[in-house]
Design a protein around this ligand. Structure first.
Ligand code: PAN
Ligand code: ZN
Length: 190
């Protein structure tokens, strides 16, 4: 056996109701205070945070070596809720190696996958259980929960991709979803 390239195959159990993944998954929790500057309505953000600091989303990531050839995967659960009229969302990011793609498959609930390029293109894909969306290379991506129950999806991407959040902090995300008259409405900035 070639010890250099040997890795033991493994499996995990994913609970589709809660998004929980059995060991060796790693839990990442993002609360409102971790997303300062991300939401459209800065005043609504401050008002909500002054009251409490809700958990917006949790990621259960299945660790593998962060090296070319490997695939990282995770579940993400976004709780229902809004900051002003804007639904709770993930920070969003480009991959640091920008030509790395990703696949998101919805397991539970209802949401949107938002995507944007540096050239000003943007798209919104409505996600519900069974929808599997392809995020091509060079597209930034953010997800949000526009329903009343937890929104859960499974993601798979090349393990060497990395996450670039700074571009989103610096330039914002050019497509957003707001509740208007009780319904989600997609708004593009250009
Ligand atoms: C996902 C995301 C996860 C959380 O695993 O990292 O849904 O979103 P943020 O990383 O934007 O906070 C992924 O796209 N990985 O590449
Ligand atoms: Zn990604």
């Amino acid at each position: 056996m070639n010890q250099e390239r040997f890795m033991e195959p493994f499996s995990v159990n994913i609970d589709f109701d809660t998004g929980r993944v059995s060991a060796p998954a790693r839990l990442i929790t993002r609360s409102l205070s971790n997303l300062e500057g991300f939401f459209h309505d800065g005043e609504a953000y401050k008002t909500l945070l002054a009251d409490h600091d809700p958990v917006l989303y949790q990621v259960h990531e299945i660790p593998v070596p962060n090296a070319e050839g490997h695939l990282l995967s995770c579940t993400t659960l976004i709780y229902p809720g809004k900051v002003g009229r804007e639904y709770f969302f993930t920070k969003g990011h480009f991959h640091t190696i920008e030509n790395r793609a990703e696949i998101y498959t919805c397991l539970r609930g209802e949401g949107y996958l938002l995507m944007a390029t540096r050239d000003g293109e943007s798209r919104a894909v409505h996600m519900k259980p069974g929808i599997s969306a392809y995020i091509p290379p060079y597209w930034s991506h953010r997800t949000l929960n526009c329903g009343s129950e937890p929104f859960i999806f499974h993601g798979v991407w090349p393990a060497d991709a990395g996450h670039d959040y700074d571009s989103i902090v610096d330039h914002g995300f050019p497509v957003r979803v707001f509740e208007e008259n009780g319904k989600p409405v997609v708004r593009k900035e250009n």
